[in-house]
Design a protein around this ligand. Structure first.
Ligand SMILES: NC(=O)c1ccc[n+]([C@@H]2O[C@H](COP(=O)([O-])OP(=O)(O)OC[C@H]3O[C@@H](n4cnc5c(N)ncnc54)[C@H](OP(=O)(O)O)[C@@H]3O)[C@@H](O)[C@H]2O)c1
Length: 270
């Protein structure tokens, strides 16, 4: 089973903080010695990361706002591919979370909700579309390539207070399954990462970090468990409490979607 250990060069989008940062550093430490490109908006964070962890020279950085206008985002992704032609994996860890109270609809800030949708979902579909020609080309040359999408346990069982966020994660969850089924034949392996509540900066915006820190999985523990799944080449990598939820509600879905894809092709082909 191809796994993260087969990757020679991986771009981690959303690695100035939290889960993306921790996974980027853990991947950098793999015995396979990949090049890791850290990426996000905050240049000072990227500079600090590279300055403090680049003894090997394999840690690179790119500043990117995933909310950039569509053509600008396309140019940025193409520039990354041109600079790093060995790029064979992209991990999407960019994300924000906003709370909305639909019992008081006048308080629902649609600008904020749409920004959350664009950050957590639309931008990722765009970037996947822009990077796929390159990954498919490598795949056809016999090199396994990878797309890693960070969804959430909340993609399976939503937390109603963050309804918009959960919907974006359910969208990523569904997209990951469809793309895993479609792209397998192109040697592009799509892996979904489903974290539970994990230590990070995600909840700073809502001011709930202090309270949630009593319940979250430490970043160290989370990274250890997730890296084990990524190195094994698991198609879905849940952790903590999400493992049970995944077993209860999701097991067999990927296989069912594979079967559905076959039936769909038979039904629609002339
Ligand atoms: N922590 C949890 O409990 C938890 C649970 C389940 C799933 N997740 C998911 O895990 C992923 C990582 O979140 P985290 O918890 O590590 O949160 P975090 O510490 O807040 O990190 C979020 C990352 O997303 C990047 N980002 C946000 N907006 C961006 C934009 N417009 N352009 C580029 N990068 C952007 C941030 O970089 P810049 O701000 O520098 O751009 C940062 O590196 C997210 O998809 C989140 O939904 C988290």
């Amino acid at each position: 089973m191809p796994s993260v250990s087969d990757s020679k060069c991986i771009l981690v989008i959303g690695s100035t903080a939290g889960i993306g940062r921790a996974l980027a550093l853990a991947i950098l430490d793999l015995p396979s010695k990949p090049t890791v490109i850290v990426c996000g908006r905050r240049k000072e964070r990227l500079d600090e990361l590279v300055a403090s962890h680049n003894a090997t020279g394999r840690l690179k950085s790119v500043t990117l706002d995933v909310l950039a206008e569509r053509n600008a985002l396309k140019s940025s992704i193409e520039e990354i591919v041109n600079t790093y032609p060995d790029l064979d994996a992209v991990l999407f860890s960019n994300g924000i979370q906003r709370a909305f109270d639909f019992t008081k609809p006048e308080t629902v800030d649609l600008d904020s909700l749409e920004c959350e949708l664009a950050t957590n979902y639309t931008s990722i579909v765009r970037m996947i579309t822009f990077v796929l020609p390159h990954l498919i080309k490598l795949g056809e040359q016999g090199r396994p390539t990878f797309l890693y999408a960070v969804s959430s346990g909340l993609s399976i069982v939503p937390a109603a207070g963050v309804a918009g966020y959960c919907a974006t994660k359910a969208a990523i969850h569904s997209l990951s399954i469809s793309l895993a089924v479609q792209l397998k034949e192109k040697n592009v392996h799509v892996v979904e990462i489903l974290p539970p509540l994990v230590e990070s900066e995600l909840h700073d915006f809502q001011g709930t970090t202090q309270r949630l820190s009593n319940f979250w999985l430490s970043l160290e523990e989370y990274t250890k468990v997730t890296m084990e799944g990524l190195v094994r080449g698991d198609p879905c990598v849940p952790a903590g409490g999400v493992i049970e939820e995944y077993k209860k509600f999701e097991e067999g879905k990927l296989e069912a979607a594979t079967q559905m894809y076959g039936q769909f092709k038979t039904m629609t082909q002339a």
